[in-house]
Design a protein around this ligand. Structure first.
Ligand SMILES: [Fe+2]
Length: 253
């Protein structure tokens, strides 16, 4: 679950979200990372204040771990917390970006790399980040501050897929950088805040030894079901590097 489980990081919203998430957790292993709406940015505007308080309520009600890792047979998932409120790595020069855009630090990327290092080589590797790492098609907006630098750092992580939310439109894109390659999968939303009055959608990820295939399943209101849609992407599986490259440009700590 790639975040924004609340609207304003209120206690009653987190309690409701917790009950809802428990229903998912009863069906399958669940990992959650926070979104910008789950972040109490007002505790540390521009980095002044208590950064530890940004996710105090989230930690209490949703998950004590902001960057969880989940190793399952055939797949490993690592969470990255891009929802830094108004801490410097998430800021740009444009006030409209403040509290909305995300950021990642070198320390976070390094930690994710260490967590992935124990993954069996044949396993699919997936990173889960709230903010869309590629530009939205309808929104025309990047999710992360300094997106080009972040793409190089994320590609060096040597993951197969990076799953994101935030943009409210499903999107699949093969990202190829000098540092590596991955498929960016931005999810649609399960809320009623659809972009462009489009239906909700889920993205199904399938992999075998030779291929990785992602397909969006939009919600068909007449069938009252999610059904396979035209948006799909299939790429050959590629071996993971035995040692991961370091990001070429240092990110902010
Ligand atoms: Fe968001």
């Amino acid at each position: 679950m790639s975040g924004d489980v609340s609207q304003r990081a209120r206690v009653h919203e987190f309690r409701d979200a917790r009950a809802w998430l428990d229903r998912f957790a009863a069906c399958a292993p669940l990992m959650v990372v926070p979104g910008n709406h789950d972040t109490a940015w007002w505790h540390a505007p521009f980095g002044w204040g208590e950064a530890d308080a940004l996710h105090a309520r989230y930690r209490e009600h949703i998950s004590a771990e902001l960057e969880p890792v989940l190793h399952l047979p055939g797949v490993s998932l690592v969470g990255l917390n891009s929802s830094l409120g108004m801490l410097p790595p998430a800021l740009t020069w444009y006030p409209r970006d403040w509290r909305v855009k995300g950021g990642l630090t070198t320390a976070q990327i390094d930690a994710a790399r260490r967590k992935l290092a124990v993954t069996p080589p044949e396993s699919l590797r997936i990173a889960v980040v709230h903010h869309n790492v590629v530009k939205g098609r309808l929104s025309k907006r990047w999710g992360l501050a300094r997106p080009q630098v972040q793409l190089d750092a994320l590609a060096a992580l040597d993951v197969d897929v990076i799953c994101s939310g935030h943009d409210h439109e499903e999107r699949l894109e093969l990202v190829t950088r000098a540092t590596g390659q991955f498929v960016a999968s931005t999810a649609n939303t399960l809320s009623n805040r659809m972009r462009g009055h489009r239906p909700s959608a889920v993205t199904v990820i399938e992999a075998n030894a030779s291929a990785l295939t992602l397909r969006a399943w939009p919600y068909d209101a007449s069938a009252r079901a999610y059904t396979p849609g035209p948006l799909a992407l299939s790429v050959p599986r590629r071996p993971h590097r035995s040692t991961n490259a370091q990001p070429p440009t240092p990110l902010r700590r």
